[in-house]
Design a protein around this ligand. Structure first.
Ligand code: UTP
Ligand code: MN
Length: 600
């Protein structure tokens, strides 16, 4: 697997030379508090700090949202990097190099191509930018922009450009720079093949150019706007290995920090809307690139904030877009509100006509998207009893999208008050919609029963505590590996996460390596977050008697395991009998008898 192809020792050495406190401090202020450093969590919005960084263990954990891990996890999460890229980034910082052989040849090729494509797009953006800033050809575009209130400084700020009315301006320029024509044409679509032996010609001609960046500031695509009313208004780079419009948000690379700082983001529909907001002091705005919001967009945004304002055009299309966005964003657990402007406006025209202060008021007055939907639906359905009932049903169904049942309940009451329909009746409707939206598990094929199926209900409460206590004692050296190794790990650790950590820790113990440190190189991010949570929690004080505590924990877990197995066996026996597997049937029967005997 690629994430593990960088040598473990190197990953370790880089981590050794870095202090997680320094890295985290460069993103948010930390204050010392006991053994930890604390700050406001950058991964969810909060008013009192529950984000903890532990310098001696070099891990972090947020008691509020559960994010956690080591310095690599932090960087991956906050910068949206892959694991290898996070390692590379830190390697650079400490002056170590990650050998490229660490990548598979296929990965290496992909990385090289990505770099090339970004360089080409970057060169194109710069070429267009210069043509806009100086020279006669750019005059028309400069005049157009001046009319919209953009001076040279804002042209620089957004690296705007101008594609001249020539057929081969960019094609020639890139060729002179030595870029391969195939990449320019076939991979990026910046040029197209000319007919009958003529050279490639430019995609963008006579347009105002807007570079589109990824989160790291690489130019992944370009958008080109006409300077008059002709159509199409915009032409954009086609999808390419570096550009998937469903995964890119215009302006995110500059907006993300502001989103974090302000605890909220704004989503608009147009490039010009985004630029207008930034120019007017709303740096937390991003735009979709001519496409509806996708679940990928929602997840991308969620890295930076969990509260979003939808600021769409005030027309029918904009309203529909807001409702579609609701379907995508609520299931991701984002809190979403809709901003309403004067009818017919878009954010840009509203700012031109009413200014930043008026905009700020509108943002403040944003309506939770469900309420927006409720208002819209009830307004549109008219007064007829039947129409009202249909509308109420539709709204009750939609409430399924809410993650919190408290919120759901609040809206049910509002809906009931507004329609006069009994809240309990509406609630049943919502409950059905919730049940239906939960994807049913795939129908099991009738299995020939294996003697030891691993499926178990997730442990909670007592079991969770027992697993964590044992693991913690082991990691702290209070009990020996043999105490755990000699047992059935599936029984001792019914939760797969804790079990994976135990397995990895046992392997490290067998290699006589330090456990907590070694685990950091071996665990996948989710498990690492679990580990960080475990280590940050106060360890129950019973350190004098680890042996007795161990006995108690084991008893709880083994008893639970036996009971679960006993409940499961009759079904397995029936299935074995049905499948005609008499050997398995007998074996399972015997197991059941033994379990029953033990219990007596
Ligand atoms: P708009 O027509 O609202 O454009 O389309 P705009 O950005 O507000 O531009 P101005 O203010 O009229 O100059 C919204 C977005 O939809 C995409 C673009 O991303 C645009 O910013 N779009 C629109 C296209 O991709 N192609 C089109 O032909 C039109
Ligand atoms: Mn617009």
């Amino acid at each position: 697997m690629s994430t593990r192809s960088i040598p473990e020792a190197l990953i370790h050495e880089i981590r050794e030379r870095i202090d997680i406190v320094d890295i985290v401090s460069s993103y948010l202020p930390l204050k010392r508090s006991g053994a930890n450093h604390q700050g406001l969590c950058p991964f969810h919005s909060e008013k009192t700090p529950s984000f903890n960084v532990n310098s001696s263990r070099q891990i972090f954990h947020c008691f509020g949202c559960g994010e956690g891990g080591n310095v690599y996890s932090f960087l991956m999460k906050i910068e949206g990097l892959s694991f290898p890229d996070a390692v590379r980034r830190l390697a650079e910082k400490v002056g170590l190099t990650v050998p490229d052989e660490a990548m598979s040849p296929a990965e290496e090729k992909r990385r090289e191509e990505t770099e090339l494509l970004l360089r080409i797009n970057g060169a194109a953006a710069e070429f267009y930018h210069q043509l806009l800033l100086e020279g006669d050809e750019g005059k028309v575009a400069r005049r157009y922009l001046r009319q919209r209130g953009y001076d040279a400084e804002s042209v620089r700020q957004f690296q705007l450009g101008f594609a001249p009315e020539r057929w081969e301006a960019l094609a020639r320029h890139l060729q002179e720079k030595g870029f391969p024509v195939e990449a320019v044409r076939d991979r990026l679509g910046l040029t197209r093949a000319g007919k009958e032996g003529r050279g490639d010609y430019d995609l963008f001609r006579g347009r105002l150019m807007i570079p589109i960046y990824d989160v790291r500031g690489g130019v992944v695509a370009l958008g080109g706007r006409v300077l008059d009313d002709s159509l199409p208004k915009y032409i954009n780079s086609p999808e390419s290995p570096v550009y998937h419009k469903g995964r890119v948000l215009y302006g995110l690379h500059t907006a993300r920090e502001a989103m974090r700082r302000l605890g909220c983001g704004i989503v608009v529909e147009g490039y010009f809307d985004q630029m207008a907001l930034h120019r007017n002091g709303f740096p937390h705005a991003v735009a979709t690139c001519g496409t509806a919001l996708t679940p990928d967009h929602a997840r991308l945004l969620k890295r930076y904030t969990d509260r979003l304002l939808l600021l769409f055009d005030q027309d029918k299309a904009g309203r529909q877009a807001a409702l579609r966005a609701m379907e995508v964003m609520l299931p991701e657990g984002l809190s979403v509100a809709v901003v309403e402007l004067t009818d017919g406006d878009d954010p840009d025209s509203f700012l031109v006509r009413h200014g930043a202060e008026a905009m700020a008021k509108r943002l403040e007055a944003a309506k939770p998207v469900i309420e927006y939907y409720m208002d819209l639906t009830l307004e549109q359905c008219g007064d007829g009893v039947e129409a009202q009932a249909r509308a109420a049903e539709a709204i009750a169904d939609k409430l399924r999208l809410l993650k919190s049942d408290i919120e759901r309940d609040l809206y049910l009451r509002t809906l009931s008050a507004r329609t006069g329909i009994d809240a309990a009746l509406l609630g049943r409707r919502t409950a059905v919609a919730v049940a239906q939206s939960e994807t049913p598990p795939p129908a099991p094929r009738l299995p020939v029963p294996t003697p030891r199926p691993a499926v178990r209900p997730p442990a909670s409460g007592k079991l969770e505590r027992a697993q964590k206590t044992m693991l913690r004692m082991f990691l702290e050296g209070q009990i020996a590996a043999t105490e755990l190794a000699s047992d059935d790990l599936e029984a001792l650790f019914p939760d797969s996460g804790w079990r994976r950590i135990a397995v990895a820790a046992l392997a490290l113990a067998a290699e006589e390596r330090p456990l907590v440190d070694g685990l950091q190189e071996r665990l996948e991010p989710d498990d690492l977050a679990l580990l960080a949570a475990l280590l940050m929690e106060a360890h129950e004080a019973l350190l004098d008697e680890p042996e007795r505590l161990l006995v108690d924990c084991r008893q709880v877990l083994l008893k639970h395991h036996a009971e679960a197995r006993r409940r499961q066996l009759p079904e397995l026996i029936r299935a074995a009998a049905a499948a005609g597997d008499t050997g398995a049937e007998a074996e399972l029967l015997q197991e059941l008898q033994q379990l029953l005997k033990k219990k007596l």
